[in-house]
Design a protein around this ligand. Sequence first.
Ligand code: GLN
Length: 456
Amino acid sequence: FTAEEVTRAAIERIKKYDKKYNSLVAVCEERAVADAKKIDEMIARGEDPGVLAGVPFAVKDNFCTDGIETTCCSKMLKGWVPHYDATAVKNMKEAGAVLVGKANMDEFAMGSTTESSIFGPTLNPRDITRVPGGSSGGSAAAVAAGFVPVALGSDTGGSVRQPAAFCGVQGMKPSYGQISRFGIVAYASSLDQVGPLTRNIGDMALLMDVLAKEDANDTTCDAYERPSFTEAVGSASLAGKKVAILTGFDRESVDRPLVEAIDRAAAICREAGAEIIEAKLPITMEHTVACYYMVALGDASSKLACYDGMRYGHHADGKNLSEMYKKSRMEGFGEEVRRRILVGTCILTRGYYENYFVPATKVRQLISDEFKELFKEADLLICPISPALAYKRGLGEKDPVRMYLGDVFTTIANLAGLPSVSLSLGFTPEGLPTNVQLLAPRFGDAELLSYASIIE
Ligand code: GLN
């Protein structure tokens, strides 16, 4: 097939079936076909079109895309069209991949269900009575529905990995500093990281080879010689490695099939020659959710201050400047985003800052230290992604606190900057995806993918 044929087929499929799932909020048909034609021309000229030549992909709607509306699925940014591509998008295109659409998400990446988008909710292609997870639920659903083989999301506290888990695809949050965040609309900059969603670990390694590069536009993206991720996966071995299984949390509070998935993963590791040990992380397990929400919301309230009704997107008239700010922000942001800005602003205020934000940054350091100790002994850690299988629809709005508590396992990787893979491992008899989370030391991304390829 030519790149053009593949692109047209993907777009036809999206047009025909995505009415049901609402995974994509924009399809860039004309541009995609033009880009695919360029790839075909390069091939005809005998030039190298790149390792992803003609592969259709989707990106979450918080990635800036040149000439294509980028809204974060918020009224606040509706109508805003960037004039440049995020570095991650640019790298995908330079490797020959063809951008076919922008994926649905929770407004400003705040959420776990992809139900707070102005474009309406995304449904889980595995079971439409359930959510696809969030906030990158559109990206995960688009891969699960077979619209695109690969998609990009962003992960601040689990937003790539939890939707991957709910939709039965593979998702990764690389080490902090592995992939450039340039051109991604920030939620909480010290936690945010770009993450690929794919059908298998081989594709994930390929995407990591394309995406993990230093970038002069993002000083938090580390300048170091990255290993070849595909080579690491090609020479994978668990023989003689130590695999830690997380204990010290209530196994009864995690859905049974997810506990069984951990036991299955441990058995595969043992068979592959690894030694299984137990890991207790007392500080991490007790404080991770509280610490995450302090750090993330403090960061978010300052990042989202730039939406003032003047510079980007939504504007409302007011009698004076202060009223204009208030009205624009009140109308532009949805309920969950407003709640988070309020909490974040509160904890950055004098008095609360010393009592909430500063202690949270100290706890964050303790969590990182606990992992440094653990990884002196272990090569890999296995734990759940989420305490629950894919949620039924409607829970996010009814019970936001339950959603926050559901982030207990994913947020540890963001707080400590560690690489983490959400590995899909089969289905329950009812057809719901089961999965485990794999974590490795910071910048051990290539080893992590190699272990994941054995367990997959
Ligand atoms: N569910 C988490 C939150 O709402 C994760 C968000 C994310 O990773 N963007 O904050």
